[in-house]
Design a protein around this ligand. Structure first.
Ligand code: 1GP
Length: 243
């Protein structure tokens, strides 16, 4: 089910924030996602203020056959209705709560949920503006131009046994993660590399994948213009498979 590096095939993940979408718009969005052949639907946000997570996941599951993966901003954002969970450890930060503390609290619930757990080395990269994730996590992001720090962090995450690395410039970032950083990190790890934050153009999504991202995540740009899904997805799927 999951994109891995050795297969070389690239994936597109649509991020849905349950706070920002109503039932009717979600129906339309999942229809577009299905037509465009979206690979994953991520559900979550750094800060959810409504209680719509479970309803949102159930609506997606009822309408489309795309794996739904939770992208939780806190241990409260878990529902067994999804297929999988990005079990995020914020390895770019030095906040013990987000490295291991909240996992200790949520572990029994996660196990009971039966969700497929994808242990994720979550790396926040400076996206040119303070984002909700930086504020909430109380952790400094990796500077945009410090690819060496990103490489060492990703490598440490892989050696610690994490199953994927997710580099995130933050929702609505002014500048996405640089292609240079993506390439260097990708060359140094064997686990899948997911990249997101501030991607607004299909060309950016294409370049991210061409230079080593295995899965690209887009939220904001598609919230603004849902019809972008088709082009974004096609751009990612058009990246040639490396042999
Ligand atoms: C944020 O990477 C995701 O955590 C997606 O970001 O909303 O800017 O696409 P955008």
């Amino acid at each position: 089910m999951w994109h891995n590096k050795s297969a070389g095939k690239k994936g597109f993940a649509l991020l849905v924030d349950p706070d920002k979408i109503n039932e009717a718009s979600l129906d339309e969005l999942i229809r577009l996602a299905s037509d465009a052949k979206v690979d994953y639907i991520l559900v979550g946000g750094s800060l959810l203020v409504s209680n719509r997570l479970d309803a949102c996941v159930q609506q997606i599951k009822a309408g489309v056959n795309i794996p739904v993966i939770l992208f939780p901003g806190s241990p409260a954002q878990i529902t067994a209705s999804a297929d999988g969970l990005l079990y995020l450890s914020l390895i770019s930060g030095r906040n013990p709560e987000l490295l291991i503390g909240q996992h200790v609290i949520s572990a029994p619930l996660v196990r009971q949920s039966g969700l497929e757990v994808l242990s994720t080395g979550y790396m926040v990269i400076d996206g040119g503006a303070p984002t909700t994730v930086s504020y909430i996590s109380n952790a400094a992001p990796i500077p945009h131009d410090k690819a060496d720090i990103a490489v060492c962090t990703a490598l440490a995450g892989e050696m610690l046994g994490l199953k994927l690395i997710y580099m995130d410039a933050g929702s609505g970032a002014k500048r996405p993660v640089s292609v240079d950083m993506i390439q260097k990190v990708s060359e140094n790890i064997t686990v899948p590399l997911w990249v997101g934050g501030g991607i607004t153009q299909p060309e950016q999504a294409y370049l991210h994948c061409k230079y080593g991202a295995d899965v690209v995540v887009v939220g904001n740009a598609i919230e603004k213009d849902p019809t972008l899904i088709r082009e974004m997805c096609a751009a990612v799927h058009s990246v040639p498979v490396k042999i």
